[in-house]
Design a binder for this molecule. Structure first.
Ligand code: G4P
Length: 528
């Protein structure tokens, strides 16, 4: 029973947003509510400041800081919340995508002034692939934003997401008066810099009550009544199961910096967000209630700071109980391993832990045994599925500047790509090594690390590709023909899967049209 309680107590999620929409600010307010921090400003932002974008060492230093806040665990009203942080910088987007494989739901922050932005779109694509339940927080209502109806329409259309408003705003910008809680039928009046738990809440019960006019003035009260009538007629009650299956996203309006509208969302979150979910594996579905431990590595963090040369593998526990010093089975290496200093990530510091339950994330010190997607069990052999690689966006050929060091280079490239820093492709039928990344910064990181950790000196030559598509076909002959015909654009990934490197969208579309028997995939599953 105790074990079941531990599972049901947990909610594991991530806050995602386009940079600057307010993710860090919202995270901090959550931690304040959870009592994990006492004062605002206590959370070190893992946001990479704009002036540092050309200095990757500075970025790495900041990333180093962010290891401590990679997972923030806190309790709120008896619920244990594991909040997984995601890097804000777009060059580290792949890190974020992988973190999304380890959560059970997300909160998506949208800036009410800017609406849907590039990174929002891409993050939602990843969420949609897994039907991840989403709650939307429309932030910065204290600024003159887009019209509320237009904004909701834009989000629905651009993100292919059906929305369900839970609160409704009264104006925005300097006229912002607060939100109406559609579910509780209460009015939450806006005051700037609201301290945790002292919001000005007025119970209304009847939308026609004079209290509404008294508090908002006749004009705004009338508008709110019209809005609420419209919204209620369209949406009705939230269907929680639809939310949990990723079909409907509840929406809250607020202002993170003013801690406004955050409590409503957090209270709803702990009520409706899923407890740790069952997950598919190569063998069968594994549910958290199973007695034996299973979990997978979704992130590896290697620190470039010479003072902290540690590598940490992040394990998401999926079933059973993780225990310190107990032997677990490392499926890929087929060997038993144990951990004497596993740690959990509390918001303040990292702490060595004795045990962890499904939904928890454990940090494991690693000397190179782990790669992304590795599974730990109590003896069974399976891998968790649905941990995909996404197509990189920048491709460069690796040129070895020191032929005496080719062994070291080979080893370095394999290890760095195991960590998920970049993807490695080998030209088909040749040995040209191609590195694919999401952002330019990774190339600098790789060059630096190859030199300092493996004594391998490289330079990169840009290649004119824009996307890698994994290719398969039911007809081996057709695949063979395509490879022969397009050999200059064909490579193999690290696991020997074939990819087609497209120069442009036009080329990609043309090849897809001309080769209906070839399937082009935009992600590759690490384990199928
Ligand atoms: P991010 O993690 O998503 O990148 O965003 P972050 O929370 O760092 O917020 C980005 C900027 O937006 C910050 O201002 C922050 O203070 C501001 N902000 C967050 N929530 C609100 C809100 O509800 N209303 C308004 N008006 N602003 C908000 P900054 O000037 O870039 O940084 P800082 O100097 O304040 O830290």
């Amino acid at each position: 029973m105790k074990y079941e309680n531990e599972i049901n107590k947990r909610r594991t999620f991530a806050i995602i947003s386009h940079p600057d929409a307010g993710k860090t600010t919202l995270t901090e307010k959550f931690l304040l509510f959870g009592g994990a921090i006492q004062t605002a400003g206590a959370v070190k932002s893992n946001k990479i400041k704009k002036h540092a974008t050309s200095d990757f060492m500075e970025i790495e230093r900041q990333r180093g800081i962010s290891v401590a806040t990679s997972v923030m665990s806190f309790e709120y009203k008896g619920t244990l919340i594991n909040l997984l942080d995601t890097p804000g910088h777009k060059d580290f987007a792949e890190d974020t995508y992988r973190t999304l494989t380890a959560v059970d739901s997300v909160i998506l922050v949208i800036d009410s002034v800017n609406g849907v932005e590039a990174q929002t779109r891409r993050l939602m694509e990843v969420c949609r692939m897994r039907d991840t339940p989403v709650i939307v927080f429309i932030n910065k209502m204290d600024r003159d934003g887009k019209n509320r109806f237009d904004l909701l329409e834009e989000i629905e259309k651009e993100l292919h997401l059906q929305l369900h408003p839970m609160t409704w705003p009264i104006n925005s910008g300097k006229d912002f008066k607060g939100v109406y809680n559609l579910d509780e039928k209460s009015l939450v009046l806006f005051t700037a810099n609201t301290k945790a738990a002292d919001e000005d809440v007025v119970q209304i019960n009847d939308i026609n009550s004079n209290l509404l006019d008294e508090k908002l003035g006749d004009r705004d009260a009338a508008t709110l009544r019209e809005d609420v009538e419209l919204v209620d007629a369209v949406h009705g009650q939230l269907n929680i199961e639809d939310y949990r299956h990723g079909k409907v996203a509840p929406v809250f309006f607020g202002s993170a910096i003013n801690n406004f509208g955050v409590r409503e969302m957090l209270d709803t979150f702990i009520k409706i967000a899923p407890t740790p979910l069952c997950r598919p594996t190569t063998l069968r579905e594994i549910c958290p209630g199973e007695e034996k431990l299973s979990g997978f590595i979704f992130k590896i963090h290697a620190n470039l700071d010479p003072k902290h040369r540690d590598r940490i593998a992040f394990l998401r526990v999926c079933s059973g109980k993780f225990e310190r010093n107990k032997y677990f089975h490392h499926v890929r290496l087929d060997k038993d391993v144990r951990f004497s200093n596993p740690y959990t990530f509390l918001a303040r510091d990292k702490d060595v832990i004795e045990e962890a339950y499904p939904g928890d994330v454990v940090g494991l010190f690693d000397t190179g045994n782990f790669k992304i997607g590795d599974t730990l069990t109590e003896g069974e052999n399976f891998f968790f599925t649905g941990i995909p690689s996404f197509s990189p966006e920048i491709f460069k050929e690796v040129v070895n500047k020191d032929p005496m060091k080719s062994k070291q280079l080979e080893k370095g490239l394999l290890q760095l790509t195991d960590e998920g820093v970049a993807q490695l492709f080998t030209q088909f039928g040749g040995n040209k090594k191609i590195i694919g990344c999401v952002g330019e910064l990774q190339f600098e990181v790789i060059q630096y690390r190859l030199l300092h950790e493996y004594s391998a000196s490289v330079q990169f030559n840009s290649l004119p590709f824009y996307k890698a598509c994994w290719i398969t076909s039911k007809d081996p002959k057709k695949l063979e023909d395509f490879i022969r015909y397009k050999h200059a654009n064909i490579a193999e990934d690290k696991d020997g899967h074939l990819v087609y490197l497209a120069q442009s969208e036009w080329f990609l579309n043309t090849e897809r049209t001309n080769n209906p028997d070839i399937e082009f995939h935009f992600t590759s599953e690490i384990h199928k």
